[in-house]
Design a protein around this ligand. Structure first.
Ligand code: THU
Length: 130
C-alpha cells in the first residue's frame, strides 16, 4: 500500500463533526514503518488536532524521530495545504528535501517538500547566543 493509500484509508476514521472536513495523513519513518493520523476535533474548537499532528505523534510514540515521506488527503476542491503549525511540526522531524504529497479524494495531487512548505523555518540554531 502506498503512503497516500494509507492516508486515504485512515481518513475514514477522522473525527470531524464540527467542520465535516475529514483529513487523513500518513508519514513514513526512517525505519520504513508507516504511521497514520486523522484530525480529531473538539467541541471546544481550539482543542482540535490536525491529521498531520496525529501521524507525527504516532511516529514519535513508536520511538522514531525522523520522517522520510508525507502524504495528506482531504475531500477538498484542491490539494489541502497543511496549516502553519503542521508545517513547523513536519519540519521538526523531516529534512527540507522530504517529499510531501497533498491530494484530494477526487484524485488531484500536488507534490512538494517539507522545505518548500516552510521557507525560513525556525531552527534550533536560531537560539544560539551571539
Ligand atoms: N486540518 C487538518 O487536519 N490538516 C490540514 O492540513 C488542514 C486542516 C483539519 C483541522 C480541522 O479539524 C479541519 O481540518 C478544518 O480546519
Amino acid at each position: 500500500m502506498s503512503l497516500l493509500d494509507a492516508a486515504r484509508a485512515v481518513r475514514e476514521n477522522a473525527y470531524a463533526p464540527y467542520s465535516k472536513f475529514k483529513v487523513g495523513a500518513a508519514v513514513r519513518g526512517a525505519s520504513g514503518t508507516v504511521y497514520r493520523g486523522v484530525n480529531v476535533e473538539n467541541v471546544a474548537y481550539p482543542e482540535g488536532t490536525c491529521a498531520e499532528a496525529g501521524a507525527i505523534a504516532a511516529m514519535v510514540a513508536a520511538g522514531e524521530t525522523e520522517l522520510t515521506e508525507v502524504a495528506v488527503i482531504a475531500d477538498s476542491p484542491s490539494p489541502v495545504p497543511p496549516c502553519g503549525g503542521c508545517r513547523q511540526k513536519l519540519a521538526e522531524f523531516g529534512r527540507g528535501d522530504v517529499p510531501v504529497v497533498l491530494a484530494t479524494t477526487a484524485g488531484e495531487r500536488l507534490e512538494t517538500t517539507v522545505g518548500a512548505l516552510l521557507p525560513g523555518r525556525f531552527e534550533a540554531s536560531h537560539m544560539d547566543k551571539s
